[in-house]
Design a binder for this molecule. Structure first.
Ligand code: PRX
Length: 654
């Protein structure tokens, strides 16, 4: 560790750099300069080079209705064709998807096979369910190849998919179905976890009770457990797919036609339907795959995310397939049967790029420190992390034990809204530092700004992570709520009197101009790399009849990065004697309203909450108490200052 602490800069592997797409910092700078000098020329050049257009675009960027911008006006393409059809000439027998199921079952799906599967799926949706361009389709699926087929089938038809992570509850699923007004839900009976079956279809059934919008449900039979079938609504994919034609024309889509929605937490109780459109999204998905992971023609790439999150969208399905790579899809639990599972897979599939979240790295480190040594993982070239800050001990282990001190670690910073990476090292060029996202990628005008002055902050000064010009894969809207789109992302920071995109994250420059993300500045916490709005958790807890008031904050957690800490004021205080029971009830409300991912790690049954005289809850105080920090704020102006000491004592005695 001493080397990391005293000289925390690791230069790219020279051998790797020789053939990397961006080979050194001069090349990086040249690209960034090109983008600065001729922004539209830069992006226009790549859009022509990287994408296959059915009709060419006649304008690169239209900012006249900022922040509702348009990229590549006039152009037509189809994202599924970008991911499949154009590879058929040179890669038809190449593995597109390598699937490993929970029980070790394997499938290798070539580009030609993917083409057939997606076409059949699209024909099924079109012919049997009447799905057409612009319709919304909710996908609530486990990590099986059919989930990728479903996404691509929607893209082929021009239908807008909205994937809901399989860990969300029926309530959360219903909210998302209703907000998007989806007419079809694609699901599975269930899947396997640690070789045991678990179920998804019953969750869909519960979500659809009293829900008017959904006409049809398509069920992939994966674990063959018994499920209810609603006549006229539910259909078996395995049956319907049998007689479908393997040819389906790809719908020509305008560059700005929506590709998908993905709901994410914000600072209110209602999740936002983040909208991504066709051309700009797929362009950046492909470019970042090439630049950041530097995947070569013969490489095998594995991202461990779930397709229910943006990482699964961009870096399991769209990005790798757009560039014609081989992407590994994994159904199982990464630490099952033991913490050697991923390294066994690396050895077996000769994986070259491995991309995961710091939470997974921490778990693998903690439960299987020596496991990487037991396998031949010498094929690895690039290691990625995403979703949350990675702490130096986990970084060191990842670098030395998994990367054998020869692999670049790309600490990729981005969000659902950015569509793809925005700040990240380039593995052949950027000298890396532990737990540092380093520099904006070429073409991304990322800056840390002072929210008051709109000026770039100085070294070691905290500011807001912003992007000062629209980029192709930028969020295009919040579904059905243009006001919320403007307010959420363009309302906080102005540079030269012009609103700029604000990520919601704080950040800091070091003396080399490197960017370190310091975390959210709003009431959003990051649990195991998943974004969770505290307001959403609070709304779920408030549904419990005995809860009078609640405030939820984040608290550092050894494995999850951040844990969920709730202060609950009960209506009738019989709960004190029965705290554990009450905690169970509250958590079961959360499971019902949101899902297991939002369950509280700690609940304190407080006598009251620290509030200003105007009734505003002082969350900063609650955050400090949860972290065990000293209270530095002035509490004399609170409605009842004594409550702070009482809560502090309760938390300390826990
Ligand atoms: O706070 C940042 C954190 O994750 C948030 C985005 O969450 P989500 O939209 O769910 O997407 C996660 C996968 C891209 C960001 O606002 N975050 C993401 N990457 C990093 C990060 N924090 C620190 N370092 C990162 N590399």
């Amino acid at each position: 560790m001493s080397e990391i602490q005293t000289k925390p800069v690791f230069k790219p592997n020279k051998e790797f750099a020789k053939t990397a797409r961006i080979k050194n910092m001069c090349e990086y700078q040249a690209l960034q300069d090109e983008a600065m000098e001729n922004y539209e020329g830069f992006w226009g050049r790549y859009a022509e080079e990287k994408l296959d257009w059915m009709e060419p675009f006649n304008e690169v960027l239209d900012e006249s209705n900022f922040p509702f911008v348009k990229w590549f006006n006039g152009g037509k393409l189809n994202v599924a064709s970008q991911c499949i059809d154009r590879h058929l000439e040179s890669r038809k027998n190449k593995a597109a998807i390598i699937f490993e199921g929970d029980r070790g079952d394997k499938q290798i799906i070539t580009y030609l096979e993917l083409y057939y599967q997606v076409n059949k799926f699209a024909n099924l949706l079109k012919e049997d369910f009447g799905v057409k361009k612009g319709d919304r389709v909710v996908i609530y699926m486990p990590m099986i190849p059919e989930a990728a087929f479903a996404m691509l089938a929607c893209a082929r038809l021009g239908a807008i998919h909205s994937i809901v992570f399989g860990g969300f509850s029926a309530e959360a699923l219903r909210d998302r179905i209703e907000d998007a007004e989806a007419k079809v839900v694609i699901t599975a009976d269930g899947a396997f976890r640690k070789t045991k079956p678990y179920m998804l279809k019953p969750v869909v059934d519960a979500a659809l009770e009293g829900c008017e919008v959904v006409e049809k449900v398509l069920v992939v039979e994966r674990n063959n457990e018994d499920v209810e079938w609603v006549a006229g609504r539910d259909y078996s994919y395995n049956e319907l797919i049998k007689d479908k034609s393997a040819v389906c024309e790809a719908e020509p889509m305008d560059a700005e036609d929506p590709l998908f929605l993905l709901y994410t937490s914000g600072s209110t109780g209602k999740p936002k339907g983040v909208q991504h459109n066709s051309a700009g999204y797929i362009l950046w998905a492909q470019m970042t795959m090439e630049w950041v992971f530097d995947v070569k023609e013969n490489d095998t790439y594995w991202c461990t995310a779930d397709i229910g999150w943006i990482t699964g969208h961009t870096y399991i399905v769209y990005g790798p397939l757009a560039m014609g790579a081989t992407t590994v899809m994994f159904e199982g639990v990464i630490t099952y049967p033991d913490a050697g599972r991923p390294w066994k897979m690396v050895e077996e599939y000769k994986i070259n790029q491995f991309y995961t979240a710091p939470t997974a790295i921490r778990v693998l480190h903690k439960t299987g420190e020596d496991e990487p040594k037991k396998y031949d993982i010498s094929s690895l070239k690039v290691l990625g992390t995403v979703g949350e800050p990675i702490d130096p001990p986990a970084w060191k282990w990842y670098y030395e034990e998994v990367g054998q001190s020869k692999c670049a670690i790309v600490d990729t910073y981005w969000q659902t809204e950015t569509g793809g990476h925005i700040v990240s090292p380039l593995p052949g060029a950027t000298p890396i530092k532990p737990a540092c996202a380093t520099l904006p990628l070429p073409g991304i005008m990322g800056e840390i700004l002072d929210p008051e002055t709109g000026k770039k902050v100085g070294v070691n000064e905290k500011g807001y992570m912003c992007v000062t010009r629209p980029w192709p894969s930028m969020i295009r809207g919040v579904w059905g709520d243009p006001e919320r789109f403007i307010k959420s992302y363009f309302g906080d920071v102005k540079k030269d009197d012009k609103a700029v995109y604000f990520t919601g994250d704080g950040a800091i420059y070091d003396e080399d101009g490197y960017i370190t993300i310091t975390g959210r500045t709003d009431d959003v916490i990051n649990v195991s790399g998943h974004r969770m709005g505290t307001a959403e958790v609070e709304a779920a807890i408030k549904k419990h009849w005995n809860v009078a008031e609640v405030a939820v904050v984040g608290k550092p957690h050894e494995i999850k990065g951040e844990g969920i800490f709730a202060y609950v004021v009960l209506k009738s205080d019989n709960g004190v004697a029965d705290e554990i029971e009450e905690m169970k009830i509250i958590n079961s409300h959360i499971k019902q309203e949101i899902g297991n991912i939002a369950v509280c790690d700690d609940i304190v049954f407080a006598p009251g909450l620290p509030k200003t005289r105007s009734g505003k809850i002082m969350r900063r105080i609650l955050r400090s108490i949860a972290k065990g920090e000293e209270i530095t704020q002035d509490i004399s102006t609170l409605e009842d200052p004594s409550v702070v000491e009482k809560i502090e004592t309760m938390v300390k005695s826990k």
